[in-house]
Design a protein around this ligand. Structure first.
Ligand code: IPD
Ligand code: CA
Ligand code: CA
Ligand code: CA
Length: 266
């Protein structure tokens, strides 16, 4: 079998994310809640499903042997060692409310490791990309995370996962974090939070309970821009606590969050 070239995977991901982004952007104005999932806050729209279906169909048309893992359940097992990890619309609540902060996220894993990823935010007109070892880019321009600052000077992005028990725990964590940092940002799309870190628009990011489709592409983008991405127990955990920041600040944030414990919701 010929080795897979990560840049070719990225090219395909970029094409498919572009097409998916157009479809989703066209559908945004008339979208409505279709269903709720784990809790009333955890909404899904017909466009989440339609966009994932388009992505899955296009990826498998180009590479029929690959596996696909998508948030909305469009899973396909494959015979190659490539798996695509797809969040068709990251930031569904923003999408539903006509806001711009949502993105299509597509990561390519080879033998279990993410090697390429794209996060496309069509309404913002931004496209973030990375290939492992090849740097991170926004619209073709190289990205560099901001250098580490002490925690008290850090603008920290976070997100609140779905579920009442988890939300209550996140509020408790925030009581500890907020007085210790410059400020908090909650943009509503984990992939774009990590891309903001890559672009130096925040100093750090943390969130509990992310899934691989939330961080797959964007964690690589943040790493390639110079950030460390990990959790309390090493690599990006699922479920667990994802922390992303430049070395130095990462450890400071880790030491603040580590004693605060898990929320019990997984
Ligand atoms: C959610 C968003 C949100 C984050 C949640 C995610 P979705 O993804 O990224 O910012 O706080 O943890 O589940 O459901 O909009 O794809
Ligand atoms: Ca969702
Ligand atoms: Ca998501
Ligand atoms: Ca989603």
């Amino acid at each position: 079998m010929t080795a897979v070239e990560p840049r070719e995977l990225l090219e395909l991901a970029v094409d498919v994310a572009g097409e998916a982004g157009l479809l989703a952007a066209e559908g945004q104005a008339k979208v409505a809640v279709l269903d709720t999932k784990s809790s009333p806050t955890d909404v899904v729209t017909e466009m989440d499903r339609a966009t994932e279906e388009l992505i899955r169909t296009r990826l498998l048309a180009a590479r029929p042997g690959d596996a696909v893992l998508g948030e909305e359940g469009g899973a396909a097992t494959g015979s190659s060692d490539v798996r695509w990890v797809v969040d068709p619309i990251d930031g569904t609540v923003n999408y539903l409310y006509g806001r711009a902060e949502w993105a299509v996220s597509i990561a390519a894993e080879v033998a279990g490791e993410v090697v390429a990823g794209v996060v496309a935010a069509p309404v913002r007109g931004e496209q973030y990309t990375a290939v492992r070892g090849g740097g991170a880019y926004r619209d073709g321009v190289p990205l560099r995370a901001a250098p580490a600052v002490p925690l008290e000077f850090a603008l920290v992005a976070t997100g609140f996962g779905y579920g009442a028990r988890r939300r209550a725990h996140q509020a408790e964590v925030l009581r500890t974090v907020l007085p210790r940092v410059r400020d908090i940002r909650r943009a509503g799309a984990a992939a774009l939070d990590l891309c903001a870190l890559a672009a130096g628009q925040v100093n750090a990011y943390y969130e509990r309970g992310l899934n691989p489709w939330d961080w797959g592409a964007a964690a690589l983008i943040a790493q390639e821009a110079g950030s460390r991405v990990g959790g309390l127990h090493g690599a990006p955990p699922n479920p667990g606590l994802t922390i992303a920041a430049p070395p130095g600040l990462f450890e400071e944030l880790h030491d603040l969050l580590a004693p605060l414990g898990a929320d019990g919701d997984g």
